[in-house]
Design a protein. Sequence first.
Length: 321
Amino acid sequence: MDRLLTCREHVLGLGEWVIHDRVLEFVRLAGFYGVHRLVGGGLALDRSLITALIERWRQETHTFHLAVGEATITLQDVAVLLGLRVHGAPVTGDGTGVWSALVEELLGIRPEPGDDGKPVLQGSSLRMTWLRRHFSQGPPDDAADIVYERFSRAYIPALMGSILFADKSGDAVQLVYLPLIRDLRRAGTYSWGSATLAYLYRQMCRAARRRSRDIGGPLILLQLWSWEHIHIGRPRISRVRDAPPPDPEHPIVVDDPSILGTQHQRGVDPLACSWLRVHFSCGHTASGLSFFRDALDHQKETQMTWQPYSETVTWFTTRDL
């Protein structure tokens, strides 16, 4: 692999959405509040790091072959970093159906071709631009609950298609997940974290093949996993992050306050949020695919943290492990 992989994630477009408080309540019920918190966080993907990691991914074992040993992303990483549920009902779907009728039933609008004449619905794929056009400005303040639910059912697939299950199209939402959020309360009982990890594994296996040029899936998860575990090319924080406020019911001992984030609430923000809007030192010069290739080839044991999630860090997770 001589070129950088193109990373298919579309989180920047989500920053334009206006999220009503009632919609946010439904997003929380459905279990996607932690993913929502990543929107607008200014976290850019490091294509060089991701490409170098994929070069070390082995499809046979689903592990990264590093100089210090094998490592992989686990359900614990998904739960702690993204706050997604990793137990519960499996995420499954039927690839057949009358998708236009389903969209009209759950979102209240039938998908019709846009001004450019292009179809907005192809099979089970719905164009993201159609969702933004009809739902990104948010519902009125005096809307009925059913309207808030429809806007929530539009925003959650946008989160999925932009962050968790991003594909190579760059402008598509898969409707196979839409029936699972018909009941937004029941949606929170599904193991979305397991589906997210499985999708990332699948995308990494595809990208590891020769002549692959791009990669989709939850690449934020891949990058943050690397920053938490591998001490190569990760930003150096120029200030010590604040420890969480004391909680008498959940006492913790802060052995290393530098791993903590600021202004987080217990049981609300996942650990990924501690990497948002932090101040990085100007001395961070790690860049380029050649740098990561060489650094990973000569990685030392001291540059690897096998178990980064101490009791202190689990303060950030929104899910029981």
